[in-house]
Design a protein around this ligand. Structure first.
Ligand code: FAD
Length: 318
């Protein structure tokens, strides 16, 4: 089932969460255990992230440094299919522009369609660690998520990259895109970011999922601004339960978001990560209760592979 249909058919806030594919060299057991622990709360769909190349430097015996490009978490398509088949829950693999040519993206979308996966989250991805700005794949990759949405919409109409293709069967996808209540870090201001968000929606995105936020008012203001820009699709809030003391400084840096002082003050009082996790979970429960009371379409939790806190939130609110 498509995410947009799940949301539109449900009269209540639905539950979904995000998982990371296993690191190269690891089995999928941990991922299955994560799902097993959350299944009783009836997740309506599960997102699977995609991770592009990373750059590593290794010291050679001669003392020189060697640059290596590695992909630490391959396998999004395979793990997405395995989860959908094992649990009969729709999966939403993330598709990123960075590190992929248009042909590779088309092939991934064809594979997903063969596997019965009809949901994707279309993202640009970030630049490589040493890049100051995002660089599209040199083999003709997309520069922005909107171009990726265009490609998916073309495939929905049976338009493949090769114009001479015969029997051009349309592919069927529900498309989600990312939105940023506190603006994307590269955007000069929220209005310009919303112009680009509207372009993604006008191109054919069915819904928006937000970056994490710790102050619900930021989400409510964002939804209001989106509506005033003519963005009418559902806007799904993404919630990250804070799990470690250092995340009050790491998360703002990584995701260009604010941590409200009232919350940061409580986390600063913690002496251990276990204490910080309790405070972070309680904050996420309060956020979730308020969002559900305000009838958000879905509560989407960024698990980062940690289940006990996501489980406590789901138990408290669903
Ligand atoms: P875009 O929509 O392309 O926007 C990026 C920036 O470019 C914005 O500042 C926007 O305002 C600007 N922009 C857009 N169009 C134009 C234009 N035509 N001209 C000029 N500027 C423009 N990353 C991963 O690598 N893997 C994941 O699995 C992943 N999952 C995510 C899930 C969610 C819910 C979210 C919110 C983010 C996720 N990310 C993931 C991170 C995401 O890839 C980064 O935030 C990335 O920097 C931007 O992606 P985007 O799709 O929002 O890009």
């Amino acid at each position: 089932m498509k995410v947009i249909d799940i949301i539109q058919k449900s009269g209540n806030t639905v539950f979904s969460f995000e998982l990371l594919p296993p690191l190269k060299g690891q089995k999928a057991d941990k991922l299955y255990r994560t799902i097993d622990e959350l299944i009783e709360y009836k997740p309506q769909y599960i997102n699977i992230t995609t991770h592009r190349d990373e750059v590593e430097f290794r010291e050679l015996p001669n003392g020189l440094m060697q640059k290596r490009i590695v992909r630490k978490r391959p396998g999004t398509v395979a793990i997405a299919a395995a989860i959908q088949n094992a649990y009969n829950i729709p999966v939403v693999p993330h598709i990123v522009c960075g590190g992929f040519s248009r042909e590779e993206t088309e092939n991934v979308l064809i594979d997903l369609n063969f596997l019965g996966i009809n949901n994707i989250l279309a993202l640009r991805g970030d630049g490589l660690k040493f890049e100051t700005t995002f660089t599209p794949d040199e083999r003709g990759g997309h520069s922005h998520a909107k171009e990726l949405v265009d490609q998916v919409v073309n495939l929905k109409q049976g338009k493949y990259l090769d114009p001479d293709i015969k029997n051009n069967a349309p592919l069927d996808f529900c498309i989600g895109v990312a939105g940023y209540p506190e603006k994307h870090f590269e955007s000069p201001n929220l209005d310009i970011d919303l112009v680009h968000l509207k372009e993604k929606v006008d191109a054919g995105a069915d819904y928006v999922v937000t970056q994490m936020f710790f102050d619900n008012q930021k989400y409510y203001n964002f939804v209001e601004r989106c509506r005033s820009f003519g963005i009418t699709v559902p806007i799904i809030p993404g919630i990250k339960p804070l799990a470690m003391m250092n995340q009050i400084t790491v998360l703002p840096k990584l995701f260009s978001i604010d941590i409200p002082e009232e919350f940061a003050k409580e986390v600063r009082k913690c002496k251990t990560n276990d204490e910080a996790k309790i405070v972070g979970t309680e904050w996420a429960i309060q956020q979730s209760r308020d969002l559900i009371a305000n009838k958000v379409p879905c509560l989407h939790i960024y698990t980062y592979g940690i289940t006990d806190n996501t489980r406590q939130i789901a138990k408290a609110v669903f």
